[in-house]
Write a protein that binds this ligand. Structure first.
Ligand code: FPP
Length: 255
């Protein structure tokens, strides 16, 4: 089976119309984009066809998020555990950011999107790192939606990095153990400069966090859908936003 799906890129820009029923907008939406493989299987296609369609859907959902003036969209694109997949699939997933950016970066720049990345980028192929760094640089002054892609990201790895950084500061007498509080940890997270997610969406009917933003999601509202990621549409996104605005967020306090 040839693994070349790139000729089938469909670069249709969608028109997103704001639904005025939606009045409470989360600043930060995080999404676990699950179900690419099952979406492909349902259609008798190889798994990578699902990933490719998932990639195109990222652009569509960015347009929807931008229309609603969401400030940050964090997307889980590859976890530290996804290396366990077959080599061919991993190789394909590794190429996705590069392919995504080669197709969509000019539009993202025009749409004022700022691209950021969390995760251990060092383990990605050099060409992928280059494409990502170039996109980060080209969009660093953009002031619209922050598209934060989690690539080779794992929350436990992030915690280990936080603990190492604190241990270093204690060893060099910059910090005493008594001074360690939540802020000490917040400041060292990969997401230290971002607000915590207000809304977490997971597609494909799975109800778990899969090592995603475990610290940051402490008070996030969760919304799950059976839709597979490539089929997660503007309609679905709107359902999530409508559900979010019904939630009473108490952060452990009383209304
Ligand atoms: C999980 O579905 C999905 C992934 C591991 C990859 C997600 C990546 C994308 C949606 C595209 C990324 C785009 C950019 C811009 C980097 P799965 O493969 O586990 O699906 P399954 O559970 O149905 O098998």
């Amino acid at each position: 089976m040839a693994f070349n799906y790139w000729p089938f890129i469909n670069k249709n820009k969608t028109t997103v119309e704001k639904d005025h029923q939606i009045t409470v907008i989360p600043d930060h939406v995080a999404i676990i984009m699950d179900g690419n493989g099952r979406w492909a299987k349902q259609r008798g296609l190889p798994r990578i066809a699902g990933h490719k369609q998932g990639m195109d859907n990222v652009k569509h959902i960015v347009e929807v998020a931008n229309t609603y003036d969401i400030k940050v969209l964090t997307l889980y694109a590859f976890s530290t555990e996804n290396w366990k997949r077959p080599e061919q699939e991993v190789n394909f997933l590794m190429k996705l950011p590069q392919e995504f950016l080669s197709v969509y970066l000019p539009d993202l720049i025009k749409e004022n999107v700022k691209i950021e990345m969390i995760g251990d980028i060092e383990r990605l192929p050099k060409s992928t790192q280059k494409a990502i760094n170039n996109a980060i640089e080209k969009t660093e002054h953009n002031t619209g939606l922050i598209l934060n892609i989690a690539m080779n990201y794992g929350s436990r790895l992030e915690m280990v990095d936080v603990v190492k950084s604190i241990a270093e500061d204690v060893r060099s007498n910059k910090l005493t153990p008594d001074q360690i509080d939540e802020q000490t940890i917040n400041q060292r997270l990969y997401t230290s400069h971002l607000p915590e997610p207000d809304l977490l969406i997971r597609t494909s009917g799975e109800i778990r966090l899969s090592n995603f933003l475990l610290w940051q999601l402490a008070y996030t509202e969760f919304w799950f859908t059976d839709a597979y990621w490539p089929a997660f549409s503007e309609h679905e996104f709107k359902q999530a936003l409508l559900a979010y605005q019904q939630r009473k967020r108490r952060y452990g306090g009383l209304e």
